[in-house]
Design a protein around this ligand. Structure first.
Ligand SMILES: Cc1ncc(C[n+]2csc(CCOP(=O)(O)OP(=O)(O)O)c2C)c(N)n1
Ligand SMILES: [Mg+2]
Length: 296
């Protein structure tokens, strides 16, 4: 049964849970990509706990909505969402990147239920999404296809072949979401290959475009609902995000693109996320929860 949460507050709580699991997983694995996993946590919470239809007990249900993580290195965020949605036991998350685990560093659809595509080689996911959307039309199914792209990834030319085809075939069951966190592996997207004006480019290719704050849950949910009623063209939600969102020392700090937190950093990040979930909790950095008088 699909989980459908309507309240933005409850969806934000799910996003926080996803962030906590990302940090726990990466801290345990000692490798992986925190920045781009954290930037898409709110989007994944909205997809898996509000917008999408699926059945974790029947992951191959023909009418399920398809989600393709084209930015495959963001796998920890997707694994956390899938576990919280009931596709597999939460305990499995801590096997991330371990030899023999179905939770590989990049998604392997042959080994983990709930994955629609094996990704990680950037630039391929939107083409897979075009295929899913064409299948939906040919087989007269009712499902939608969502593809999460990253802003460095769309430097890949294959993405734009898919952008052109999706519009040509008027694939209105296809929605792309761009995790526009303004950083790629080496530096800012502006310095490496600037795609501004971003929205104009997608419009010129005949896509319906909506720009949002990718950390504002209400805006994400509304944009996903908007995408469902777009007709005769594919839709893109350009989500302005912050790389490393939710952990102060990772935000806009591209050193955490592909480096896992140390043991100390993991503890610090988890404490921050716990305080975000329960703002009353003491801040160890500010004296371990004691006030200026040394009282609890
Ligand atoms: C085809 C391909 N080239 C290079 C890489 C190595 N790589 C992994 S992540 C990354 C950049 C990621 O930046 P972005 O796409 O913006 O992702 P995010 O900021 O969301 O982490 C690169 C170049 C890859 N995975 N695939
Ligand atoms: Mg990026």
């Amino acid at each position: 049964m699909t989980i459908k949460i309507q309240s933005a507050e409850a969806l934000c709580a799910k996003a926080l849970e996803i962030r906590r699991e990302i940090i726990r997983m990466l801290g345990e694995a000692g490798s992986g990509h925190p920045g781009g996993s954290l930037s898409c946590a709110d989007i994944l919470a909205a997809l898996y706990f509000n917008a999408m239809n699926y059945d974790p007990k029947n992951p191959k249900w023909e009418d399920r909505d398809r989600f393709i993580l084209s930015k495959g290195h963001g796998a920890p965020a997707l694994y956390a969402a899938l576990a919280l949605a009931g596709f597999f036991a939460k305990e499995m998350l801590l096997t991330l990147r371990k030899l023999g685990s179905p939770l590989q560093g990049h998604p392997d659809m042959r080994r983990l239920p709930g994955l629609e595509a094996s990704t990680g080689s950037l630039g391929q996911g939107l083409s897979i999404g075009v295929g899913c959307a064409l299948n939906q039309r040919l087989m007269k199914k009712n499902y939608r296809t969502f593809v999460l792209l990253s802003d460095g990834e769309i430097n890949e030319g294959q993405t734009w072949e898919a952008v052109a085809s999706a519009a040509h075939f008027k694939l209105d069951s296809l929605t792309a979401i761009l995790d526009y966190n303004k950083f790629q592996l080496d530096d800012s997207t502006k310095k490496i290959l600037d795609f501004e004006p971003m929205a104009d480019k997608w419009r010129a290719f005949n896509w319906a475009v909506r720009e949002i704050d990718g950390h504002n849950m209400k805006e994400i949910v509304e944009a996903l609902a908007w995408a469902k009623q777009v007709k005769n063209q594919p839709s893109i939600i350009i989500a302005h995000t912050v790389k490393g969102k939710g952990v102060s020392f990772m935000e806009n700090n591209n050193e955490f693109h592909g480096v896992a937190p140390t043991r100390e950093e993991t503890a610090k990040a988890l404490a921050e996320l716990a305080r975000a979930a329960s703002p009353g909790l003491p801040d160890p950095a500010a004296g371990g929860g004691l006030n200026k008088l040394g009282e609890k």
